[in-house]
Design a protein around this ligand. Structure first.
Ligand code: SAH
Ligand code: SF4
Length: 364
């Protein structure tokens, strides 16, 4: 397979088109509206990588489509496999930027951790992605391709069952495209993944919460990481803009569908936010919020200003939450040996790129 062909301004990538867009496309080409559904299913449900694969569409129409449209996505430039089965996928975007996804198989479940931005603007000090700065939002096709490629690489007989938006970037700062993507993920004519199996994680972009909850039915996880404004602002600068009072109000009014609960993520940093007092402050902050708590021991990286917590401090923290009636789980990070664990995603300078591993669609 070759590299991406140069982008042509007049070509439009079919992986950037929503169902409504396919309806417009059909009309603009003088075709019946049912064509929209046909094309949509080829692109998303079947995940074809070329217009030529759309075998129930006449040759003449395929030729007309190819004059204006293409199917393309980021090039998969490297993969790293962990001892625990986790696989990190490294993609190069058409402008040379790098992003990553992670495939996490576990029993019958195969979860993909998706990136929504190249880099992240929020600069949380404990997160490797945050230390690298922000580049740009990802497009719909750049997110769609992460799922299609992960599906192709998930292994014999495996398909993608769960999606977590916990890769590079802040999903709620790319909200329009995120919602378009989620609608395609849950659509039975798209990827047909249940909204119960999709989780969006946010650092707490308060104004985006309501719209995510109204326009989608997915699960919400919030990276809290501290129970006071002073500590949280130190760890997560975004807290200065959206402090805890407004964030907690946003979480309390978040539309929870059915029996779902929110997930609170709390990265435990040794000597910083894992004392018994910190745990009690968290209990007070969360009072009456329908949530479970994921405790994530800090994953260290070179040059980090933090250290991992001691096991006994992690357990004490968990026990205080549990005794106060909260469901709290210590999350063992997966893929730490390949830099795929939470907060370890960053495009590194990969000197030797294996071109044979490149998996991509036809160029535009
Ligand atoms: N921007 C979003 C989603 C991506 S980060 C957010 O912050 O929620 C996904 C999770 O990884 C967050 O809960 C974050 O707190 C956690 N994380 C970041 N760096 C980490 C590290 N070094 N060790 C453990 N968890 C980390
Ligand atoms: Fe960005 Fe999330 Fe990392 Fe913070 S934890 S820098 S919001 S990716």
């Amino acid at each position: 397979m070759g590299g991406l062909k140069p982008f042509s301004a007049i070509m439009m990538n079919l992986r950037d088109i929503t169902y409504e867009g396919f309806l417009d496309l059909a009309v603009s080409m003088g075709e019946k509206p049912y064509r929209a559904g046909q094309l949509y299913r080829w692109v998303y449900a079947r995940g074809v990588s070329s217009i030529d694969e759309m075998t129930d569409i006449s040759l003449a129409l395929r030729e007309r489509l190819k004059e204006k449209y293409c199917i393309t996505g980021p090039s998969l430039v490297d993969t790293f496999s962990s001892e625990d089965g986790t696989v990190k996928l490294v993609y190069e975007l058409s402008d040379g930027l790098r992003i990553q996804s992670v495939i996490m198989p576990e029993g019958k479940r195969t979860t993909v951790c998706v990136s929504t931005q190249a880099g992240c603007a929020l600069g949380c000090g404990f997160c490797l992605t945050g230390t690298g700065g922000y580049k740009r939002n990802l497009t719909l096709s750049e997110m769609v391709t992460q799922i299609l490629s992960a599906g192709a690489l998930a292994g014999e007989g495996r398909s993608i069952t769960n999606i977590v938006f916990m890769g590079m970037g802040e999903p709620l700062l790319n909200l329009d495209t995120l919602i378009e993507f989620i609608n395609i993920l849950v659509d039975p004519a798209g990827f047909a993944i249940s909204h119960n199996r999709i989780t969006v994680s946010t650092a707490g972009i308060t104004p985006g919460l309501q719209r995510l909850g109204t326009d989608t039915n997915v699960n919400l996880a919030v990276s809290l990481n501290a129970a006071t404004d002073s500590l949280r602002s130190e760890l997560m600068p975004v807290n200065r803009k959206y402090p805890l009072s407004g964030l907690m109000e946003g979480l309390r009014s978040y539309p929870l569908h059915g029996k779902k609960h929110l997930t609170i993520e709390y990265v435990l940093l040794g000597g910083v936010n894992e004392s018994a007092d910190d745990a009690r402050a968290l209990v007070r902050l969360l009072a009456s919020l329908k949530c479970k708590i994921n405790l994530i021991p800090f994953n260290p990286f070179a040059g980090a200003a933090f250290k991992s917590p001691r096991d006994e401090d992690v357990e004490r923290f968990r026990d205080i939450l549990m005794k106060s009636g909260y469901m709290a789980v210590i999350r063992k990070s997966r893929g730490a040996d390949i830099g795929a664990a939470c907060g370890q995603l960053k495009a590194r300078d990969l000197a030797r790129l294996s071109k044979e591993k490149t998996l991509e669609a036809e160029g535009c």
